[in-house]
Design a protein around this ligand. Sequence first.
Ligand code: FAD
Ligand code: NAI
Length: 465
Amino acid sequence: MAEYDYDVLVIGAGPGGYVAAIRAAQLGLKTACAESRETLGGTCLNVGCIPSKAMLHASEYFDAAANGTMEHMGIDVTPKLNMDKLHGQRIDAVDGLTKGIEFLFKKNKVDWKKGHAKFVDAHTVEVAGEKVTAKEVVIATGSSVTPLPGVEVDNSKHVVVDSTGALELPKVPGHIVVIGGGVIGLELGSVWRRLGAKVTCVEFLDEILPGMDGDVRKEARKIFKKQGIEFKLATKVTGVTVKGKKATLTLEPAAGGDEETMTADCVLVSIGRKPKTEGLGLENIGLETNQRGQIEVDGEFRTSVEGVRAIGDVVPGPMLAHKAEDEGIAVAEWIAGETGIVNHDVIPSVVYTLPEIAGVGLTEEQAKEKGAVKTSKFPMMANSRAKTNHEPDGFVKVIADAETDRVLGVWCIASVAGTMIAEAALAMEFGATSEDIAYTCHAHPTHAEALKEAAMGVQGKPIHI
Ligand code: FAD
Ligand code: NAI
């Protein structure tokens, strides 16, 4: 009889966990995956990436029809919002994709252990009363919403909500206050603005989108402001009280000072996410988390406990689905005795607003701390395709090492920045110089030509500006 029930047991079926399980099975390992949700796919498929993009996509069409963009192109329409259908297409997208993972599990012979998993010892996990043993256990339990002290979220009442509640509002709120000018606040704030809400974004820092390139942060805020989102920067929310269907927020300058109040029909708390380890029984295996609640791992995703590895949002690094997926593949490869590589220096990030905001590698500020750089910015207004499509906002910025010309970072604001950034990531993965990008033939007319032009700018020879 085998020593363990499985070669690998993955805890959590988000993009980290389900990908790890499938790759482990592909590599011939007997694999199970424990998931407590009713459906597979984790935060990403159920309440994150996918439903938010479904709402962003639909609201983009509504906005284009409502704000005169379509009329401008000779298409006269008067849009009428059907919230049930709008939510219906979101639910369909989630349903189709989560069932797809279930199909992939069956196809690859990954056993889904339904229920909450808790460690008994390093090789034994209890799931729904069953003890499951495995030679290697991978923790991929993801993250959950960071609460704001003094603010109680109740998604069922639709007044003070987190991202999950903000995806499901049954009607457009008159005024929505978004606490936190990060990715969720701007994406979901954009959804409800496009559908007709007044949106105020309260951000603790003096600029939105911390972690992104300084130019991008400033320009993004200008664009969102032009679209109608109001910002209260360097401001903290000290409390929210709810009376019936109305919320009253108390605000203070971040540095201290006079309090003010603001009323809202809906308040979205989006001040970050935290690693999820509660109830996992880490104490039973002597595994401690760091100060930020994350599980520390080495280059092979091994924790300090032999036989236990961890990936995705629960470990340090950006909380992004594609980062979790790549770690999922790599951890399975390490377990199978292969070499699993994730280049954490080249992980693109995208904010799916309109225009999209994307970046990969170092910001200009970070690059300058490391040494001399050459940078160049090419405005989308000078890109023929963006101009023709009436998408003049934004730019592409290339940051290269002043001496070697190697590309250190690329940042863009453009309608399709999320798609454009893939090319920059590939170039950086191969150690490209800005000259390499400048001399790569790009199809015309495409938004991607703006990246080529920005790279030509680093060379001091742009054509179209
Ligand atoms: P998760 O996806 O969180 O999955 C973990 C799973 O583990 C969950 O299903 C949970 O139920 C399960 N679990 C936890 N504990 C246990 C246990 N003890 N037993 C059994 N099961 C357990 N990222 C992007 O890259 N692009 C985006 O566009 C994007 N949009 C987002 C939008 C929103 C609104 C949110 C909230 C997040 C978004 N993210 C996006 C972030 C992305 O969802 C996460 O980075 C990603 O899901 C992390 O994957 P993971 O596998 O580490 O964890
Ligand atoms: P975030 O970390 O992106 O932004 C949180 C913002 O809230 C920051 O700007 C922060 O300064 C601010 N903040 C913190 N405390 C505050 C306070 N008390 N008052 C006011 N502002 C405060 O976190 P967010 O938006 O909640 O997203 C969580 C995670 O989900 C992110 O790490 C992100 O990577 C991931 N995500 C990714 C998406 C994407 O890739 N497109 C989309 C949505 C989420």
